[in-house]
Ligand binder design. Structure first.
Ligand SMILES: [Zn+2]
Length: 258
């Protein structure tokens, strides 16, 4: 059975968040990935004449759930969110956790547990669309700040995401890429692919354009948080014989101080 392509609309909101609306013209399925800002999302829905059918919540932070209650009141949409944070997700109807999968109008969705930033954060993978919505776990050239979990949790979360197909489009919750690029260059200065990408990112941001979505393939080549095993990074850090987890932990600690 072939599945329709979902149309994806990404738009900036709040200070540096991204909203994403997915739409299937055939079934009318319309999904908001998180609800960072009710008004910005309502504007997109209105301009396209869509009725919101679902919100897929990744984690409980206010800049990801602010619009849940208002959009549910407007559209009577179903809200799906992380089982381990369900008491903190406004309007949640269905709780899901790592390893769960479900279908929305024939579109398969796989749930990947990505704790670390918060204890219950999840990502949503749409395998038939080659898309993953990673919120504040995996960013372009970065990873989420560890607020509730520890480095080992985040390392495990990123390894789960890194095991998706290389051509997976990675959507993230924030436009942090320019600052992330500067940090990435500080630990991986001789990576030519990274140097070139950092230049491209500067141009994109100068023109006010988004640097997301990215792809897993590009992240594996340039994102230091996915490259703890890389010999050049290890040498730069003086950690040639350390475990991948120890190298990741050091990179995360350096980013916190950067
Ligand atoms: Zn967050």
């Amino acid at each position: 059975m072939s599945v329709n392509r979902l149309k994806a609309f990404q738009f900036p909101c709040r200070d540096d968040n991204y909203g994403v609306i997915l739409h299937d013209p055939q079934s009318g399925l319309t999904i908001s990935i998180d609800a960072p800002e009710q008004e910005a999302i309502a504007d997109v829905l209105e301009s396209k004449n869509y009725r919101l059918t679902h919100i897929l919540t990744t984690h409980h932070h206010g800049d990801h759930v602010e619009g849940n209650a208002g959009l549910k009141a407007q559209h009577d949409c179903q809200i799906i969110g992380p089982v381990e944070e369900q008491s903190r997700i406004p309007g949640i109807d269905k709780a899901v956790g790592h390893g769960d999968s479900f279908e929305l109008e024939g579109h398969r969705v796989e749930v990947i547990g990505t704790p670390g930033h918060t204890l219950g954060q999840i990502a949503y993978h749409f395998p038939d669309q080659c898309m993953a919505f990673c919120a504040d776990a995996l960013f372009a050239l970065g990873c989420g700040r560890i607020f509730e979990g520890d480095a080992e949790m985040m390392f495990t979360a990123l390894n789960r995401l890194a095991s998706l197909p290389d051509d997976t489009k990675i959507y993230a919750g924030h436009e942090y890429t320019l600052a992330n690029a500067k940090f990435a260059l500080s630990v991986d200065p001789n990576n030519e692919v990274l140097v070139t990408r950092a230049r491209e990112i500067e141009h994109l941001r100068d023109d006010g354009k988004p640097t997301l979505p990215t792809t897993l393939e590009v992240e594996k080549q340039t994102n230091p948080f996915l490259r703890a095993g890389d010999p050049a990074i290890r040498q730069h850090l003086g950690m040639e014989s350390a475990s991948d987890l120890a190298v990741f932990t050091e990179i995360r600690a350096r980013k916190d101080r950067f």
